[in-house]
Ligand binder design. Structure first.
Ligand code: FPP
Length: 255
């Protein structure tokens, strides 16, 4: 999927949807169940979300599955989540591949145990030629980590004499960020009632439309996702231009 420059055309179907799946723990606690039950229910909602994207023609979906900060959760929750990821990778990859989903992982992969790293690599290998939906799972990911790793790569190029510091600009830095080959997310959804970005795709979300809901992630269904899309379709995206400029560009596109 080619990365396209932002333009000021009216918003319709997002090309790229980014999601913070929050509220699994509270969903379980409300049922007096352990938090991991909420994560399992969350995994089912992931499938609903993938189906929705395929059905609506959304070409890229990025899910925040595990943040750099989530390593600090109680050991038993982290362990149970790792098991859930491993099982999901083993169970779902064949079906995702059959449906034309390309799977990739972004984040600090070295922090995962070898069996998970191997499964991640195998899933990426198996699905690398698919193009129906680009599914990116952010795991051990942080937006600040992403910017730092991109900067480190450029610094290494300068140190090796391959790059003049004067040539470093936004375009070059963007080319070293995770997901550089995809258009930036058009729409960001966060469930669970909090209205913040929580160190997700800090660089990539610069002009993304944000949509928040009180619904907990395991409660997500196609109706709720459609509400987000309807709201997105009604917004005017200006990318720093004036409303009149946007209207003029839109007319040019229509003419
Ligand atoms: C946030 O809810 C959710 C997570 C930290 C984990 C997300 C994982 C899944 C949805 C499971 C499966 C994912 C894949 C990709 C197979 P929380 O625990 O912070 O909820 P709370 O705010 O109610 O405590």
């Amino acid at each position: 999927m080619p990365s396209e420059p932002a333009n000021a055309a009216p918003a319709r179907i997002p090309r790229h949807l980014a999601v913070i799946m929050d509220g699994n723990g509270r969903w379980a606690q409300r049922r007096r169940r352990p938090r991991i039950i909420g994560h399992r229910a969350g995994a089912r909602a992931v499938n609903i979300c993938i189906d929705f994207c395929i059905n609506r023609g959304i070409r890229a979906l990025t899910l925040f599955a595990f943040s750099s900060e989530n390593w600090g959760r109680p050991e038993d929750e982290v362990g149970a989540l790792m098991k859930l990821f491993l099982n999901a990778l083993e169970r779902e990859v064949e079906e995702l591949d059959r449906r034309g989903v390309r799977v990739r992982f972004i984040g600090e992969r070295d922090r995962f145990a070898a069996p998970i790293r191997e499964r991640m690599a195998a899933a990426e290998r198996q699905t690398r030629n698919n193009d129906v939906l680009h599914l990116s799972i952010a795991a051990s990911y942080g937006g600040r980590w992403d910017i730092a790793q991109a900067a480190r790569g450029l610094a290494q190029d300068v140190a090796d004499g391959r790059l003049d510091p004067n040539d470093i600009d936004e375009t070059l830095l963007a080319s070293r960020m995770s997901l550089a080959d995809l258009p930036a997310p058009d729409l960001f959804i966060r469930t669970g009632g909090d209205t913040r970005i929580s160190n997700f795709l800090l660089w990539q979300l610069a002009y993304t439309e944000l949509w928040f809901t009180e619904a907990l992630w395991p409660e997500v269904d196609a109706g709720l996702l459609q509400n987000a899309l309807d709201d997105f379709a009604s917004r005017e995206r200006r990318f720093g231009l004036t409303g009149a400029q946007v209207a003029a560009q839109t007319n040019e596109i229509v003419e």
